[in-house]
Design a protein around this ligand. Structure first.
Ligand SMILES: NC(=O)c1ccc[n+]([C@@H]2O[C@H](COP(=O)([O-])OP(=O)(O)OC[C@H]3O[C@@H](n4cnc5c(N)ncnc54)[C@H](O)[C@@H]3O)[C@@H](O)[C@H]2O)c1
Length: 351
């Protein structure tokens, strides 16, 4: 199959979908790989590394889409890329279509097969192509939250770890999955006081046992969410219902109950965000303020660290790219869950 790796067009998106090491594996399996010039530069990968691995470099995204059958991207296509999509393509990337009906319609009308990284699901319900970026975003959520808590950034001026004789900052993580777990270990590592809220009792059991009770665990009742959010310096939104729009677990009232200068990092923003007050932002202009609370709602947080994130992503997706490129995946239940739009039909369950 002819596989195309474009340069990402989203604002400050520095990742590339596959590394030269992965490209070499694809070429050795008999596939042709086209790489748009400059695709790896944001991740510190030179064009020559791709050509040495056996890829053919192309000068424009137009010629890449014209020449390739399987387009492997990081982020969803943006409007300037819509006209490039052809009915013979398979698009394999993050898509987050429940929060992007415009793209859903474009994909439906174009007649492509669109396979979303984030809905590929293993039999145990885990999400093998979302998890690597969720690990990174979870850790970064605390790092960026800490930054915006600094006074010159408009934050209230709190060090999450506190100081001898001074109480630590309070962090509440809503959703104890992959993002949540990585946010919790980062916040605990800094010495913060941490609460995790999840609707799944098994998750609460896990956190309680894993951290010997040093993390407060609560079920996701609105009054508990309100109580914790109100007293927090930093709130991390990390809920997910696979494939669906994020549930709005945080209301405007809860946000206005927080102290001015507190910070809310809504990692779940790619699925529409888990607060009534959230809207997507970019790495160019990552924050906005509602009722004195700084909101960080960037949809591509791992792009802050592309040299790490690109390799983690490429390692995870390569086995799936190989399977899709072989054409023999019609009976693969995990990949089937990833097919969101297929030749004019929307397969993603929408609310
Ligand atoms: N912004 C970014 O750059 C970025 C990067 C990576 C992941 N994400 C997003 O972060 C979100 C979380 O991803 P994940 O991999 O941790 O998912 P996950 O499936 O591992 O965890 C989600 C958790 O949310 C819980 N949950 C669902 N509904 C809830 C509710 N009403 N109240 C409380 N908990 C609830 C689930 O029980 C689960 O434990 C997703 O939307 C994902 O796409 C965003």
């Amino acid at each position: 199959m002819i596989i195309g790796i474009p340069r990402e067009r989203k604002v400050h998106e520095y990742r590339v979908s596959l590394t030269p090491q992965a490209v070499r594996v694809l070429v050795e399996r008999g596939h042709q790989v086209l790489v748009e010039r400059g695709a790896g530069s944001g991740s510190g990968i030179k064009d020559e590394e791709f050509s040495k691995a056996g890829a053919r470099l192309v000068d424009s995204e137009e010629s890449l889409f014209d020449g390739a059958e399987l387009i492997v991207k990081v982020k969803e296509p943006i409007s300037e890329e819509f006209p490039l999509i052809r009915s013979n393509h398979i698009i394999f990337s993050y898509l987050h279509l429940a929060a992007n009906r415009e793209l859903l319609e474009v994909l439906r009308k174009s007649g492509v097969r669109a396979i979303a990284f984030e809905t590929i699901e293993l039999p145990d319900g885990s999400l093998p192509l979302l998890a690597p970026m969720s690990r990174i975003a979870g850790r970064l959520s605390v790092q960026v939250g800490m930054h915006y808590l600094e006074k010159p950034q408009g934050g209230k001026g709190v060090l999450l770890g506190g100081a001898p004789g001074v109480k630590p900052g309070k962090v509440t993580v809503i959703g104890g999955g992959t993002v949540g777990y990585n946010a919790v270990i980062t916040a605990l590592g800094l010495g913060a006081e941490v609460t995790v809220i999840d609707k799944n009792p098994k998750k609460l059991e896990f956190f309680h046992e894993r951290f010997s009770g040093s993390v407060k665990t609560l079920p996701s009742y609105p009054e508990f969410v309100e109580g914790e959010v109100k007293g927090s310096d930093l709130v991390i939104g990390a809920v997910l219902v696979t494939g669906a729009r994020a549930p709005k677990v945080i209301t405007r009232n809860m946000v206005s109950g927080m102290e001015p200068g507190s910070v809310f990092v809504d990692v779940a923003i790619d699925q529409g965000g888990c607060s009534e007050t959230s809207h997507p932002t970019t790495l160019d202009s990552p924050v906005f303020v509602v009722d004195g609370v700084i909101h960080y709602c960037v949809t591509n947080i791992p792009s802050l660290v592309p040299r790490t994130a690109t390799h983690a992503l490429s390692n995870a997706i390569l086995p799936y790219v190989l399977k899709i490129a072989s054409g023999d995946y019609e009976n693969d239940e995990s990949i089937k869950k990833g097919i969101n739009v297929d030749r004019g039909e929307v397969l993603l369950k929408l609310d």
